[in-house]
Design a binder for this molecule. Sequence first.
Ligand code: TLP
Length: 337
Amino acid sequence: MRTIDLRSDTVTKPSKEMLESILNAELGDDVYGEDPTVDKLEEIAAEKMGKEDALLVTSGTQGNLISVMANTNKGEEVILDSESHIYYYEVGGIAAVANLLVKLIKGRMGVLDPEDVEDAIRPKNIHMPITSLVCIENTHNRAGGTVWKPEQIKAVSDVVEDKGLKLYMDGARIFNSAVAQNIDVRKMARYVDNVMFCLSKGLACPVGSMICGTEEFIEKARKYRKMFGGGMRQAGIIAAPGIIALESMVERLKEDHENAKILARGLKDLNFRIDLKRVQTNIVVFEVENSEKFISEINKHGIKASNFGKGKVRMVTHYGIEKEDIKYVLDTLETIL
Ligand code: TLP
């Protein structure tokens, strides 16, 4: 029986071209700043985001933690969406490691209202912590892969700038957002001080994420990366597929988005509760009576999905998932029902 793994786009396997690039990569010790392949990847990433500099990190979680710390001082407060990955899925690192307070606000389909952001910023008052950072997530994972439009980022950025804070974007899937809106990723990145994106999700790399920002920010980030054990030696073996990803895996995200839409419409036709407005990229979230039971049932047919809690199931389309796989999933669900 074949397996169709829709738990996440993190399950993607590298392409043949990526594997070959690893064999041919020019390597050096990146802690000494001597790996030319890492240097090249960092240059490309910075250029794509329209930022001065970039840094290869081990994972999105590490990139978020490093970035949050490089933007703040201990004891300060960070404004976050209540369903954000940083708050929800990163083991509380923002409190346990970064020693920051979090102020949660509720976004609408993953997008924060600038007025809510403004209201959440602490006034200057001797008794209060200092608000120093606002984080946004684009695409927003728990909202169902929803995108932030450039003007929505700008509106939050205007508030943040006015109050002298920093704006950070967890752009783990920023290229999905750009491709879905048919815009250059820089149109979004320009309004944030710094941004993280993942190579290891829809772009199909085996490992790695990038953080991008000013030279000063990246210098601080590099120090934190070392502190967290993320200084890697011949990291060119990770960077080489990253270069391929940025050069040739971005446009194909369209296929994942198309497959997600086919899947979502098929689920709706099968009478699953699903909000089609949220299916904007490669994530499909829908409701079932008992998500645990549902997932174990589909597992028997070789289909894997994630339990999103409260009767919600998440399926993510990605490199390696074809239209016929989506058809198989829908046919199988029809039979099970
Ligand atoms: N998300 C994973 C799981 O952790 C839930 C997934 O399967 O979607 N930001 C966002 C928005 C993410 O979705 C993720 C991964 C991360 C950061 C963390 O990236 P990694 O997994 O590389 O640490």
